[in-house]
Write a protein that binds this ligand. Structure first.
Ligand code: ASP
Ligand code: ZN
Length: 676
């Protein structure tokens, strides 16, 4: 690294040592050279690249220090260092025969780094984060005009295929194999794969053949996951026969036509289930099947659903149970299961699988946001809808046996991007308004317990990027953002003054970037204290102007403000002397965050001005950095999800780009495929 950054390398070094030890222990893989080198550069399109013996890293994925780096960035460094290190086996010693096999190394390596991060921190939190990313970014890719198979059939520019589908969905496919085979057999399969192909350039089929040979299973049907694009939909219905004491789950699957396959064959979908009675999880036995004495815990089961429709009948079920389906997110599918809110609230408190608990909470929230959207304007009806959820959340906050990180995740409403993905021809502003209504109601109702959580937090702790501390900080900072929201919408001056003082105090006194950034973000996102926010923003810039990665945060915080005039702010920041169009991290921090993450600000700008602005930026970047330009235009490719003005505005912007005579292959491919 550059000499000035030498004090920011310890975390990456620790992560590297942990990765090396972990790969020896979990996969039996040792490192083969005497020296392992990493170089950090500030101008880089990707996170990092696994060149044998000398990994090249974006500084954002290697430098970390409490004062300048957030918890999320610490975790990203750990994950990317591990990812590149693991590529030494899954990528370098055994590599890809051709570009169509990209997911052979990327899907498998993302799976490996996810297992590693889960082992280093909280497995449930890691799973929730990964599934959230999949749902709010990979599902839209798979549901839009750029849908492609994990093993794509064709491409114009391979750089365009460093996608969430190749990486994250690819990792989910490996994860399903792990679920179907079990950890020991999976390990035999990976050993066989590495031994058989060490020093070779191979294919996804070779990987699957090793898994099949080691397990004695035929994985032919499973291969469809690699060749059929689109997110399958799993529809679930249930029936209970009290006299026979039988409970039946009926599953059916559907996947929309995508460019490479019109009619889909049935996928093999591993569906992990449990049934809950009043006193907890019930023992499961399928009708007509003998109980398997080798299975210790018989309260959960993985159904191997491999037809278009199939029913599963469970015997000796003495009460109508509450079913938990797709526990741990056992397959990358959308689930449609109509059920009472009461049942979901029960799962939220009764499930032993943390992921399933969070997911039940998400389903409650998604359903509720949809209902609020319909009730727009009717305050009394809305309050009535929200009440049971407020109560459930109050219960969560009162239960100190829960992992604070999980409570924070449950309090975080489903992203606007995911809500859009679930809708068809959506009115983005109406969904945003409904989501805000709910956030505000929760902020009001939970003010007292959230304040108690905030005040109970010990701000004098010496910073550690440990799972335990990260969990506590995330809950405390989630509380702060709700408290600031309550202050923003409420007319109570005393309350405003109290919350504002706490937030400013946190900003000033923070001994780590996670807390400082959270306080600054809360100030910037609240209307009532814009004067204080402006002061803090200029103070922050003065303090950190020599730390490029912190300046990126400064851009992102401002670009993420969900306001109607967000575009004007972004245009102004693009003229700031610290902004540098030649630096991909800067472009992502300002333009990428605005267009991808500030979904409201991006779509609320008058007459689609933000779409035209993005199109201009794409064209101006395309000459120098086509990879970055192509990536930046992703939000426009989602036009089909939107209704009316947004839909047309996005299409117009794409057509404007398409009209240019000098497009790179990268941008040409994405724009033309998106317009269809
Ligand atoms: N192979 C790299 C990675 O995923 C990305 C790149 O090609 O730069 O780690
Ligand atoms: Zn990789």
């Amino acid at each position: 690294v550059e000499a000035k950054d030498l004090d920011k390398c310890q975390h990456a070094m620790d992560s590297l040592k942990n990765s090396m030890a972990w790969d020896e222990r979990v996969y039996g893989r040792e490192y083969d050279l005497d020296i392992f080198m990493v170089v950090a550069v500030d101008d880089f399109n990707m996170g990092a690249m696994e060149n044998k013996g000398l990994n090249i890293f974006n500084t954002s994925c290697v430098l970390a220090k409490a004062e300048t780096t957030t918890d999320a960035a610490f975790q990203r460094v750990e994950g990317v260092v591990a990812h590149e290190y693991f590529h030494n086996w899954s990528g370098n010693r055994v590599t890809c025969r051709d570009w169509f096999q990209l997911s052979l190394k990327e899907g498998f390596t993302v799976f490996r780094d996810a297992q590693f991060s889960a082992d280093m921190g909280s497995p449930t939190v890691k799973r929730v984060e990964d599934v959230s990313l999949l749902r709010s970014a990979q599902f839209p890719e798979d549901g839009g005009p750029l849908a492609h198979a994990v093993q794509p059939a064709s491409f114009i520019e391979i750089s365009n295929f460093y996608t969430l589908t190749i990486y994250e969905k690819g990792a989910e496919l490996v994860r399903m194999i792990h679920t179907l085979l079990g950890p020991e057999t999976f390990r035999r399969g990976s050993d066989l794969y590495f031994d058989r192909h060490d020093g070779q350039a191979v294919t996804i089929d070779d990987f699957l053949a090793a898994m099949a040979d080691a397990s004695g299973r035929n994985l032919d049907q499973f291969k469809l996951w690699y060749h059929q694009a689109g997110t399958p939909q799993l529809t679930v219905s249930e029936s209970y026969d009290e006299s026979a004491q039988e409970y039946t789950l009926s599953l059916s699957q559907y996947c929309r036509p995508t460019p490479e396959t019109e009619i889909k064959q049935a996928y093999l979908i591993p569906v992990s289930v449990s049934l809950f009675g009043d006193a907890g999880a019930l023992p499961l036995k399928l009708k007509g099947q003998r109980p398997n004495p080798e299975v210790g815990d018989n309260t959960s089961m993985v159904l191997e659903f491999d037809h278009k429709d199939q029913s599963y009948c469970f015997e000796n079920i003495a009460e109508k149970p509450v079913a938990s389906v797709l526990r741990g997110f056992s397959a990358p599918v959308k689930v449609e299961f109509k059920r009472d809110q009461g049942e979901l609230l029960r799962l939220m408190s009764q499930e032993s699988d943390g992921f399933a608990r969070w997911d039940a909470c998400q389903q409650v929230l998604i359903e509720l946001i949809g209902q609020l959207q319909q009730q727009r304007g009717d305050k009394a009806a809305m309050a009535q809808l929200i009440e049971p959820v407020q109560e459930a959340f109050a219960g969560l906050l009162a239960d100190d046996s829960l992992d604070p990180a999980m409570v924070a995740l449950m309090l975080t409403l489903p992203s606007l991007n995911y809500l859009l993905e679930l809708a068809e021809e959506a009115d983005v502003l109406a969904i945003y308004a409904a989501r805000e209504t709910l956030r505000q109601a929760l902020a009001e109702a939970l003010y007292t317990p959230l304040m108690a959580i905030y005040k109970a937090y010990d701000h004098s702790l010496a910073y550690q990027p440990s799972a335990d501390q990260i969990a506590k900080r995330s809950l405390k900072n989630t509380a702060l953002s709700y408290l600031m929201l309550a202050a923003d919408i409420g007319a109570n001056d005393e309350r405003r003054a109290e919350v504002l003082a706490l937030c400013q105090q946190q900003y000033q006194a923070a001994n780590n970037m996670t807390d400082q950034q959270a306080a600054l973000l809360a100030l910037v996102h609240s209307d009532f204290c814009q004067e204080q926010a402006q002061w803090a923003l200029s103070d922050f810039y003065q303090r950190w102007q020599h730390e490029a990665l912190v300046v990126n945060l400064w851009f992102s915080i401002q670009a993420s403000r969900p306001a109607r005039d967000a575009l004007a702010k972004v245009e102004q920041l693009a003229e700031h002397p610290a902004f540098d169009r030649g630096n991909p991290n800067k472009v992502r921090a300002l333009l990428g965050v605005f267009c991808n993450q500030n979904t409201y600000g991006f779509h609320a700008s008058a007459d689609g001005a933000a779409y035209r602005y993005l199109a201009e930026q794409v064209l101006s970047l395309d000459g120098d950095n086509p990879q970055l330009a192509a990536r930046l235009l992703t939000p426009l490719t989602r036009w089909a999800k939107f209704a009316g003005p947004q839909r047309q505005g996005m299409r117009n912007a794409l057509e404007g780009i398409a009209a240019s005579a000098t497009l790179s292959k990268d941008v040409y491919e994405l724009v033309n495929k998106s317009l269809g």
